[in-house]
Write a protein that binds this ligand. Structure first.
Ligand code: XMP
Length: 328
């Protein structure tokens, strides 16, 4: 069977586990037919799309899938560990974990321009992934988590989608794109039916450059830790308050700016943590979530107690427009 490249006009929305199971069975057969005995390479970020593609390929071809997880140091707290736990320990995937944290942070040191930061992260990612690919033999295929909105946006000229594409010329693979014709909600339904954890399947949007765009300005390791730790506290407290899955996107930001404070009777110069929580349908516009005041105070107290180098917590009241969702 050939992989379906275009979503049929009359395709029923996959909104039940039974429909998801039928899709999985169809794709497992299609993947086996397409790749035969060859190995398939996948850049597994741990995001929804690449995770669902990994789970589908593991179901279809087991350890002939070689999944590469690059830790660029800009992931949220616990994410690399979750990728290893779910894919290596539970699904027995052939997973290569690459600790590239120093490499990325060294390249980013002193770089404050947002677009330059994004370019460095994108370029370095391709380089690390290509290096891993060159160490392997017998790979003929590259799996990608392209989804139907990516195709529509590319066609409309809104976004150029590369996913793990953009690889050097000597690395040319045939593509395997088993969720290409699905909408995001369908990808989630397929992922859930494949047994992926809810925390992976229903995760809030997270930018490719990760915490790098929330550590505003030139990234330093200590300020990046402040972003990561405060983000973890925010996510924990939102989950405990029942807001996980209800609020579209929420995170913390630590700008490259200090202000005066006082701790143990002494003057301090420390950072500020900005809390942002927004609701949106398509990320084109966004309104702010009216987070209960008591919850904000609880989050503030935990940030002051648990996050080093912070003396101020702020709540961002800006909708989009005029502000964008991310800070850079
Ligand atoms: P903005 O900040 O433009 O964000 O209002 C809209 C949505 O896109 C996400 N975002 C990104 N996603 N790479 C991504 O993959 C990026 O560089 C990037 N910048 C923003 C953002 O988190 C929000 O959901």
């Amino acid at each position: 069977m050939q992989q379906l490249l275009v979503r049929p006009e009359n395709m029923k929305r996959i909104d039940t586990p039974a429909l998801a199971q039928a899709y999985i069975d169809e794709q497992v057969a299609a993947i086996r037919e397409q790749v035969g005995d060859s190995k398939v390479l996948l850049a597994l970020s741990g995001g929804v799309d690449s995770s669902v593609v990994a789970a589908l390929l593991i179901r279809a071809i087991g350890d002939k899938l070689v999944a590469v997880h690059v830790n660029h140091g800009l992931l949220r707290k616990g994410e690399p560990e979750q990728v290893i736990e779910v894919f290596r320990n539970q699904m027995h995937a052939n997973l290569i974990y690459v600790d590239a944290v120093d490499r990325f942070l060294d390249k980013l040191a002193g770089v404050s321009d947002p677009e330059t930061k994004r370019k460095i992260i994108g370029k370095e990612f391709i380089e690390v992934f290509a290096e891993e690919a060159r160490k392997l033999t017998g790979i003929k295929f590259l799996a990608q988590g392209t989804i139907w909105p990516d195709i529509l946006e590319s066609e409309a000229g809104i976004k150029a989608h590369h996913n793990a594409g953009g690889l050097p010329k000597d690395l040319s693979f045939e593509l395997v794109e088993p969720v290409r014709i699905l909408f995001k909600d369908e990808v989630r339904m397929v992922g859930k039916t494949l047994g992926l954890p809810d925390s992976m399947v229903y995760r809030q949007p997270f930018p490719g450059p990760g915490l790098g765009v929330r550590c505003v300005g030139a990234i330093t390791r200590d300020r990046l830790e402040a972003v990561r730790e405060s983000d973890a506290i925010l996510r924990e407290e939102f989950a405990a308050a029942g807001l996980q899955g209800k609020v579209w996107q929420y995170f913390t930001v630590v700008p490259d700016m200090k202000s005066t404070g006082i701790r143990d009777g002494k003057r301090t110069d420390d950072w500020m943590v900005i809390i942002r929580a927004v609701n949106s349908v398509d990320a084109v516009t966004a309104s702010i979530e009216e987070v209960p005041y008591a919850l904000l105070l609880k989050i503030r107290d935990r940030i002051f107690k648990e996050v080093k180098g912070v003396n101020r917590v702020l709540y961002d009241l800006s909708s989009k427009p005029l502000a964008t969702i991310e800070y850079e």
